[in-house]
Every structure is written in structure tokens, then in C-alpha cells.
Design a protein around this ligand. Sequence first.
Ligand SMILES: Nc1ncnc2c1ncn2[C@@H]1O[C@H](COP(=O)(O)OP(=O)(O)O)[C@@H](O)[C@H]1O
Ligand SMILES: [Mg+2]
Length: 276
Amino acid sequence: MSAQLRAVAADAPVALSCEAIERSFGGLRALKGVSLDLREGEILGLVGPNGSGKTTMVNVVTGFYPPSAGRVCLFGEDITSLKPHRIAARGVARTFQNLALFKGMSVLDNILIGRHTHMRPSALGALFYWWWAEREELAHRRVVEDVIEFMQLQDIRDEPVEVIPLGLQKRVELARALVAEPRLLILDEPMAGMNQEEKEYIARFVLDAREARGVSILIIEHHMDVVTSICDRVVVLSYGEVISQGAPQEAIGHPAVVSAYLGERAARRHQAGSAA
Ligand SMILES: Nc1ncnc2c1ncn2[C@@H]1O[C@H](COP(=O)(O)OP(=O)(O)O)[C@@H](O)[C@H]1O
Ligand SMILES: [Mg+2]
């Protein structure tokens, strides 16, 4: 994998700005005042040990979990606590840590669902419904076909999604996010469970999505080789706090980060020991 293809100008407009985000679940403070900025055209890595609050942060940004305090701005507009579909309509698409594909439906139909933010239900009752529907359908199909080609999913487009291997299912989910033509794409562990070759595929698609579509990307990823090769910048969370940020190598190599991961490993050993 090559280094980043393009450095993001430090004065590029801010796509996503999170200020002092707090989120609790009962007595657990999952996010303790997390702030981060993502510039337009940037690929920002969000890393940290398990349970550090990465997915919660994504859920706050996408409106699934309104924050208990703090502010989220998207392209300069306050979107804090807007409903998920409103945030999606403003150009945010995501993939899920645990795949959220529809079993029993084909690859193609799963991808088509990603177009729903662009469809206009109000027009359903229109007099010229069929004429309109046909034209709408064609326009959607064109975007979808384009993405299917881009993601190299032509050969399996008609397969039921549950019969294809996990690596390809992850790719279908990414395709579904891309057909929404997002301005901000959020990927929650898109390479989990993948082999080296599949990981490199996804890394390539992520870089190409930024290059060809100018999309800004927030990516949660555990594979540090991938993070250092495709991210412009990295933010590291531990127990709901930012413990390091900056250029990938430096941010990840920070002593606080090294000890956070060592702590995670020790906790896992301890758990395994007490389970035995
Ligand atoms: N819906 C929820 N209800 C209760 N606790 C949650 C919920 N979602 C996340 N948490 C807790 O918040 C913390 C952060 O979780 P998460 O954001 O999923 O971490 P990460 O994605 O970094 O592994 C964890 O302690 C987790 O158990
Ligand atoms: Mg997570």
C-alpha cells in the first residue's frame, strides 16, 4: 500500500467538528468531553482499545445516540441531536461494526437501499406517478451501477447477500454507503475479519473514494498498518477521552497510547485467567 496520495491542506474547510462530546449509559461515562475536527477531503482514523468509545462517537455524530452534552457541526451547521435520517439527508453515510445487511435480499437490492435518502416519497401520489417512477428509478440505477463497477461487485450482484463471504459482504456495505453519494463517509471497522488481500482491497477503495468522489472519511480501524498507510491524521481514544492525536505514526506511537493498549492486553489476560 502506498502512502497517502494527497495531503489535505491545513486550511481546508472543516467537514465535521465535534466539541466536548459527552455521552453516558446509566452510570457509565462512555465519552468524557471528546473533541475532534475532520477537514474536507481528509481521511481521519479513530482508534483506541475496545470499549474506548469509538462506536459511541459514530452513533453520536450520526444521530443514533444524542450526546448528553457537547456540539456536533457538519459543514458549518449545528446537527447536534438531529434524527438519523435528517443527518443522512445532509450527506452522512456509514457502515456498521456488525454488518447490517438484509438477509434474503440480493446484493443489488441491498445496495439500492442506500439510495433511499435521495428518493422523494412525497411524489408518490403524483398524477404522473409511473412516468416519474420510471425516470427516478433510472437515475438511481445509474448511480448504483457506477458504484457496483467501482467496487467490483458485478459478478455477485444477483446473489443473496448471506451466501457470499464476509469480506465481500463488507464490500457490499461500503457500496451501499457510497450510493448515497455522501460528503462524509463513516466506516466502523470495515476490515474486521478480513485477510490481507481483502484489507488491501478495502484500503484501495477508501483512497479511491476520496480521490474520485472528494468524500471526507472517518474510519475506525484496528489494523495499525492500514491506519498509518491511508489516514492523514489519527485521533486516539481511551476510556472515552482523547489521549493522543496527530500524524498517524506519532499519534499511535505516543507512550499513553502504547500503555492503553498494553493495559487492554493485560485486562484480557486477567479475564482469561479468571475464566479458567
Ligand atoms: N447502548 C449501550 N448501552 C450501554 N452501554 C453501552 C452502549 N453502547 C456502548 N456502551 C458502552 O460504552 C463504552 C464504549 O463502547 P463503544 O463505543 O462500543 O466502544 P468501542 O467502539 O471503542 O469498542 C463501553 O463500555 C460499552 O460497553
Ligand atoms: Mg466499536
